[in-house]
Design a protein around this ligand. Sequence first.
Ligand code: NI
Length: 177
Amino acid sequence: MALLDIKLYGSPVLRKNCKPVTKVTPDLVALAKDMLDTMYDGGGCGLAGPQIGKAIRLVVIDTTRPDEGETPEPHIMFNPEWGVEPDSTDVPYDEGCLSIPDIFCNVVRPGKVWTKFTDENGQEVVLHNCEGILARCIQHECDHLEGKLFVDVISTADRTMNQSRLRDMAKKAKKGE
Ligand code: NI
């Protein structure tokens, strides 16, 4: 188990359009497992490559709560894609991000999605009718691969309320680069 350094809001890597993974290698699977450890340690339910400084299309997700005794159900997702299911409706949810600690804001997103990705064995996996936290996580993590963050789409009121904290975070990240 290894804990990786999480890049914080303001780090340039979080704004990169990430590169596709052409081959699932043992090194990348080991990295994904370290990402899962880092995610569990931070109490998050998803983590994307750029958040640990790697601008590659790799996402890990686990929406169970191992800290509350639930059996972990980790997903390692290379080159994930997603789309909205036909009977989906938009839902609000207070989102957070391990790269933007202690800020939680409402974001409206589709409530039911499908996702397609390559797993740790190099197999293509398609999941349909993902709902709840899983649907939310898939969209949030895939946004990371495009250099998008949830604070980009929050309301003006939420933006105003969190502006100085975001600015401080960005300043600190710049110093650390
Ligand atoms: Ni995030």
